[in-house]
Write a protein that binds this ligand. Structure first.
Ligand code: ADP
Ligand code: MG
Length: 699
């Protein structure tokens, strides 16, 4: 690939502000800007003008098609391409693209999950342009980021509720800022998602049906070496991986994605990519694109990028850290401690709003990251536990404690903290970011939600986070707008929040058993260990009413989402179970049989030659392997039956409980015996590449 200069390359495939400003008339540009910044309705004339320039620009860049690009509830992105061509009277074609086509699309969407929202007679949904996320060109196609709804207006995607949640937060945050004398145009949440992934050799990948069908290994004995030496984390990047990263960066930069940091992660073959943060809906679009392009670029390098949360047992899985903050249109970060006492009070209020939100809606945050894949990580001593808590660091905790108890803060001032009077110290990153076991950590000027799985869309957790914080802010604004003495009411509010919600604050080690005990038994925090446990809480009255009050979801959207997520959990595990059965019957058992045959033949041959030959190795190995094949067969039959029985459950909730209580333990049980057999069987007999080969073969 021709090396290009990065500033020139960056965003070259994006219809971004630079392009808009250069190509659109002043009037059209201003009017589009107003739509982008202030949510104003776009009129048809402007849409036509924008569409025309978009088309010309895209055609100049070699595009032949356009698509409304959207994020249905499958969790991946969807696109249906239409070419620009339109017949002209002379028998040729012209390239056409109208404002109408830009604003609205009508994909036949009957096969996307809707959880019963869309009756089959009304299969069509429609997509609507999201002008706040720039259009871009990918594979000769102009992609227009859109939201996806049914004709009755129900959201069928992840983007619509995300945009609604951003609006909810914007509304409430502006009420608060007004009380501090600030009239801002908007408040937006920003996100920088750190993406973890594995890279393995494509040839090895293709030999493993479990990886091909499910994205994770369902069998595999541990190799002699795992991650215990910590020699991979931040280690020198291998040439093949580095070539991949170089290519990936270029592709991402072309799409205007701010790919910034890359490094090796803890597990062998594991890596991370972090972009510079951007507005949440843009960050969401960009993260979806990043995941897609990672997979595409990997293939070009003879590699496969695994985004599954737990591709390998015994080494770390992959997550995604959702760094989150709120900022005004002037760029003021609302989670940044201020320079003046007055600004500090505002900072503390927004900080408290988040603390309260996380405590009040722990279950929503937990379920927003719940998937079959992520269940393997949470609570597995490598990722935050399924219990949600907030880490603030010692300094900030001490300040809050001082406020709560009206006692002197032991910082440099040693005075009673009175809001609106004293300046808070600046928190350096060093003092706030030492704890890696916390699911929700304050890191100086943002919160980092660490429970997301690597393949999760970041939309879900940000919907819940935005909505929950909007609710805290609404409650605060309701009180403060009526206050006679603003400063003292503010002080009370902050103090009470700390008192009421201190149970969610925890600076200690989240991996210990003591914490689980304390969190659940003493503090009463929720510990929703699996998707089957967490997801039904979406329907809890308090959660439903909050989400509906802020117009983030309608009741039927909530119902349908709960159903779809549980269905997804059950289907995922069902496929895994079936894959295990398939691999055992068709490959593992026959492979062990071949080895047994060889051992048996050898034994009988050798003992017939000399009576002194004992064949101890052959015989003990045969005995154990033969025992194992019997166990394996029994376990397969049991698993097969349990999988069939799933169909008898009356509700999806019941099915999900059966998956949790019956299928998953049976799968684990089966695996154990197969993995033991792997350790006893000659390598050339074993039908699939071992963990050692999968994890250590890329140089
Ligand atoms: P780490 O967590 O690995 O120490 P950094 O602190 O450098 O990494 O940043 C992690 C992510 O947080 C980056 O994507 C960065 O852009 C993002 N980030 C920084 N400031 C903000 C903010 N105000 N809002 C959202 N994300 C932010
Ligand atoms: Mg991080």
């Amino acid at each position: 690939m021709k090396k290009q200069n990065v500033p020139e390359l960056f965003g070259s495939m994006v219809f971004d502000d630079r392009v808009m400003r250069a190509r659109l008339s002043d009037k059209v540009y201003q009017s589009l800007r107003k739509t982008i910044d202030e949510n104003e309705k776009l009129d048809e004339e402007v849409a036509d003008a924008v569409a025309k320039e978009m088309r010309d620009w895209a055609v100049e860049k070699g595009a032949t098609h356009f698509t409304h690009w959207f994020q249905p509830l499958t969790g991946v992105t969807a696109e249906k391409h239409d070419s620009f061509i339109s017949p002209s009277p002379d028998g040729g074609v012209i390239m056409e693209f109208s404002g109408k086509e830009l604003i609205k699309g009508e994909p036949d969407a009957s096969s996307f999950p809707s959880g019963g929202l869309r009756a089959t007679f009304e299969a069509r949904g429609y997509t609507a342009w999201d002008p706040t996320s720039y259009a871009f060109i990918k594979d000769h196609t102009l992609c227009i980021p859109t939201a996806f709804c049914s004709y009755s207006g129900d959201a069928l995607d992840k983007k619509t509720p995300l945009l609604r949640s951003m609006q909810a937060l914007d509304r409430q945050a502006k009420r608060i800022l007004k009380l501090f004398g600030k009239n801002v145009k908007y408040v937006r949440t920003s996100v920088g998602p750190e993406q973890e992934y594995f890279l393995i050799d494509k040839e090895m990948f293709e030999k493993r049906p479990d990886l091909v069908y499910t994205g994770r290994t369902l069998f595999g004995a541990m190799p002699p070496k795992g991650q215990e030496l910590d020699d991979h984390y931040f280690g020198v990047i291998k040439p093949r991986v580095s070539a991949f990263m170089e290519d990936l960066n270029e592709e991402l930069w072309k799409l205007g994605i701010l790919a910034k940091t890359e490094h090796n992660e803890v597990a062998p073959a594991q890596h991370e990519l972090a972009p510079i943060f951007s507005t949440t809906n843009v960050a969401t679009d960009n993260n979806q694109l990043t995941m897609e392009i990672m997979q595409k670029v990997a293939r070009k390098h003879g590699l496969v990028c695994l985004l599954h949360e737990k591709p390998f047992a015994g080494v770390n899985g992959s997550g995604k850290h959702n760094n989150w903050s709120m900022a005004t249109d002037e760029g003021a970060n609302l989670l940044s401690p201020g320079e003046t006492p007055y600004e500090n009070a505002q900072f503390l209020l927004f900080l408290c709003a988040v603390i309260k939100a996380v405590d009040d809606y722990q279950d929503l945050l937990r379920l927003s990251v719940a998937t079959a894949g992520n269940d393997h990580r949470l609570g597995a001593n490598e990722a935050p536990p399924a219990i949600i808590s907030v880490f603030l660091g010692d300094e900030l905790s001490a300040i809050l404690e001082a406020i709560k108890t009206d006692t002197p803060y032991q910082g440099k001032e040693k005075e009673v903290m009175k809001l609106g009077v004293h300046t808070l110290p600046r928190f350096s990153k060093d003092t706030t970011d030492r704890n890696r076991t916390s699911p929700f950590a304050f890191t100086g000027n943002k919160f980092e939600f660490r429970s997301l799985g690597s393949s999760n869309s970041i939309a879900c957790c940000n919907i819940m986070l935005n909505a929950a914080v909007a609710e805290s802010l609404r409650q605060y604004a309701d009180v403060l707008e009526k206050a006679d003495d603003f400063a003292s009411e503010l002080h009370e509010l902050i103090k009470n929040t700390i008192k009421d919600h201190e149970r969610i604050l925890f600076n200690g080690n989240g991996y210990t058993d003591e914490w689980v005990k304390e969190a659940t038994e003493v503090r009463g925090l929720s510990n929703l260990r699996t998707t089957a446990d967490a997801m039904p809480h979406l329907l809890d009255e308090k959660n439903k009413s909050m989400l509906m009050d802020h117009k983030v979801f309608t009741e039927s959207e909530i119902q349908s989402r709960c159903e779809i997520m549980l269905e997804n959990y059950c289907k995922t595990v069902n496929i895994e179970g079936l894959t295990m059965v398939d691999m055992v019957r068709k490959n593992y058992l026959p492979a062990i049989e071949s080895y047994l045959f060889e051992l048996a033949q050898t034994t009988s041959l050798m003992t017939s030659v000399s009576s002194k030959v004992k064949c101890e190795y052959e015989i003990t190995t045969m005995e154990r392997l033969s025992e194992l094949t019997d166990f394996i067969m029994k376990k397969v039959v049991v698993l097969e039956k349990a999988l069939k029985d799933l169909k008898n459950s009356a509700t999806i909730l019941e099915t999900s409980e059966a998956v949790r209580d019956s299928i998953l333990p049976k799968m684990e049980d089966l695996r154990r015996y197969v993995d033991e057999a792997e350790m006893l069987t000659g390598e050339k007999y074993w039908p699939f590449p071992s963990y050692g080969k999968l994890l250590f073969s890329v140089y």
